[in-house]
Design a protein around this ligand. Structure first.
Ligand SMILES: Nc1ncnc2c1ncn2[C@@H]1O[C@H](COP(=O)(O)OP(=O)(O)O)[C@@H](O)[C@H]1O
Ligand SMILES: [Mg+2]
Length: 312
């Protein structure tokens, strides 16, 4: 299998600080891969290296067969990139923005007109071509920014937190577009901290403190990352009870989820003890991606504190 995106120990240091730490990725054509992780985890830095914008400190990688270090210019021309602070011209119209990006990507002749039409359609802005972009809602701005980023019909698309700051409905429709593009064979990397969005991706790359904690599909992650069972417990005052329940024998972890607790009971744990100690019947639930992330982060944390650990 030819991977569209592949890296081997890709690393970025800023001075003595390691923002991206030896990540290994393999992403197939037509795949949507979510870069999931908290702020500062290294998602943007990884994306910028994969786009050929930022030079890696060490490690290797390729996108569409082009070497990240040797041919970043080729990569830049071949992909669509929507940055976290996407750049639309607010004082220009919808059409003028698209025309500007068509120019940047050197799309000319008949194709230029066709692509602009298609992108207006994709952003759902038919009839609003002359509207100033500054007057559009955040949701429309985001879809227009995507249209501008992919006007050249690139095979690989990088989207850096494209849906932060838009309504849930706009987020959903934005993701529908992404899935359609993947259906047409495009390979897409999309960073997010929304678990529901990651759930819709074929692959999830979990980032934490510059490291890639896992790369797999959502089902496998849930199956493999958690040893034990997750129970939901509805108690009167979950914040108050959290520490006590986390400290019960057999309990590996307990976290707040809205107004309930998710309790991870290890394989040796005893459900009866939970019942006795809380006076409620815990409900066995499927782990959420959030549970998976917490379990992976905890595993790393534990390894770091083991004697003789080298911190990798
Ligand atoms: N140009 C830079 N110089 C120094 N530190 C940086 C630079 N860019 C990013 N960082 C640091 O690298 C870490 C990862 O940042 P980033 O990749 O933006 O994370 P994310 O996109 O996951 O929020 C952060 O601690 C950030 O402050
Ligand atoms: Mg970022």
């Amino acid at each position: 299998m030819e991977y569209t995106i592949t890296t081997c120990n890709l690393t970025k240091n800023f001075g003595s600080f390691t923002a991206v730490d030896n990540i290994n990725l393999n992403i197939q054509p037509g795949e949507i891969c979510a870069f999931l992780g908290p702020n500062g985890a290294g998602k943007t830095t990884a994306i910028r290296m994969l786009c050929g914008i930022l030079e890696p400190s060490s490690g290797t990688g390729s996108v569409l067969g082009y070497d990240l270090v040797k041919s970043p210019e080729n990569i830049k021309q071949k992909l669509g990139y929507m940055s976290q602070k996407f750049s639309l011209y607010l004082d220009l119209s919808v059409l003028e923005n698209l025309d500007f990006y068509a120019g940047i990507y050197r799309i000319s002749g008949k194709i230029r007109h066709t692509r602009i039409e298609e992108m207006i359609h994709l952003a759902d802005l038919q009839g609003r071509e002359k509207d100033l972009v500054g007057n559009l809602s955040q949701g429309f701005k985001q879809r227009l920014a995507l249209s501008c980023a992919i006007i050249s019909d690139p095979q690989v698309i990088f989207l850096d937190e494209p849906t932060s700051g838009v309504s849930p409905a706009a987020r959903r429709s934005f993701f529908n577009i992404i899935q359609e593009e993947a259906g047409r064979g495009k390979t897409i990397i999309v960073s997010t901290h929304f678990m529901d969005e990651a759930e819709r991706c074929g692959q999830i790359a979990f980032f934490n403190e510059g490291k890639l904690l896992a790369l797999d599909n959502p089902d496998n992650l849930k199956k493999n990352a958690i040893q034990g069972n997750i129970y939901r417990i509805e108690v009167e005052n979950p914040v108050h009870e959290l520490d006590r329940i986390a400290g019960l024998p057999g309990v590996i972890d307990a976290n707040l989820h809205g107004r309930s607790l998710h309790v991870l009971l290890g394989p040796q744990g005893d459900v009866d003890l939970l019942i006795k100690s809380t006076s409620v019947v815990p409900e066995l639930i499927e782990p959420t991606l959030e549970d998976v992330f917490l379990a992976l982060a905890r595993k790393r944390e534990r390894r770091r504190h083991e004697p003789n650990s080298v911190g990798h």
